[in-house]
Design a protein around this ligand. Structure first.
Ligand SMILES: C[S@@+](CC[C@H](N)C(=O)[O-])C[C@H]1O[C@@H](n2cnc3c(N)ncnc32)[C@H](O)[C@@H]1O
Length: 237
């Protein structure tokens, strides 16, 4: 076990107490969407329970507003990481949020499943595994239990092959009129393995899309949104 992992394990009981207090305070009164997004940017906490997004504030706020407009019952996310965007979806969806990550989220589950506000009936389910694995896809389907999703956020594997595979595998779980969003669509990317922009260029040629980009010259980030037509999201082969 590496040193940072040992440290995380040692401080975990204290982090639980701190995180519980932070979340209770946040849930003391109803929050606006702007407040939710602001909090999700860097909610605080330490170790396994540090909650924050990997997003630009203006971009994720705009996406949250577009998603809230369709009054989603069910949201599916690929890429939980530190639970920042999950925190937002848990305040918007009325019934279910399923968030998936290849990382084992058992340490975080205790906190992340408490994200919906006290007035909400929304349930949060975390699934750990590789989104590209057909057995994992089946687990997602089992949790959804025949429901179609109103909004799918793809923010997992950022290689062109990875994001294409997530899109092809999960797109038909989204209802007509629902939304699919992709993170990191801008051309300048900080890492070679960030290749969502190549996938996005192909998709936007054949689909009804919106781009949310704070600054066209920025490095990284940028969100692409596809509205699913009546005949379903297009194939990209
Ligand atoms: C950019 S982070 C997600 C950030 C999060 N949506 C936010 O902004 O709050 C990407 C996450 O995707 C996960 N991931 C990468 N490849 C994956 C895969 N094949 N299946 C599931 N999760 C994956 C990583 O472990 C990482 O936690």
């Amino acid at each position: 076990m590496d040193l940072s992992k040992i440290r995380k394990e040692l401080i975990y009981p204290f982090c639980r107490i701190e995180s519980k207090r932070l979340l209770q305070k946040f849930h003391e009164r109803p929050r606006t969407l702007k407040e939710v997004v602001h909090a999700a940017m860097d909610f605080g906490g330490h170790g396994y329970l540090r909650v924050k997004t990997m997003q630009i504030r203006s971009e994720i706020l705009q996406l949250a507003e577009i998603v809230a407009e369709i009054q989603p019952k069910t949201i599916l996310e690929i890429g939980t990481h530190r639970g920042g965007t999950l925190f937002i979806w848990a305040h918007i969806a009325s019934e279910l949020v399923v968030s998936c990550d290849i990382i084992d989220m058992r340490r975080q589950e205790w906190l992340f499943t408490k994200f919906p506000p006290p007035s909400s009936r929304c349930e949060v389910k975390l699934l750990s595994g590789n989104s590209h694995d057909p057995a994992f896809f089946q687990r997602v389907r089992n949790v959804l239990a025949e429901r179609l999703v109103d909004f799918l956020f793809i923010d997992g594997d950022h290689t062109e092959e990875g994001v294409s595979q997530d899109y092809q595998m999960y797109k038909d779980l989204v209802r007509p009129g629902g939304l699919i969003a992709f993170h990191d669509i801008v051309d300048n990317q900080p890492y070679e393995t960030n290749q969502v922009q190549f996938f996005w260029k192909k998709l936007k040629k054949i689909a009804d899309v919106v781009e949310i980009i704070e600054n066209p010259n920025q490095t990284g980030f940028g969100i692409g949104v596809l509205r699913v037509p009546a005949e379903g999201a297009p194939d990209l082969h």
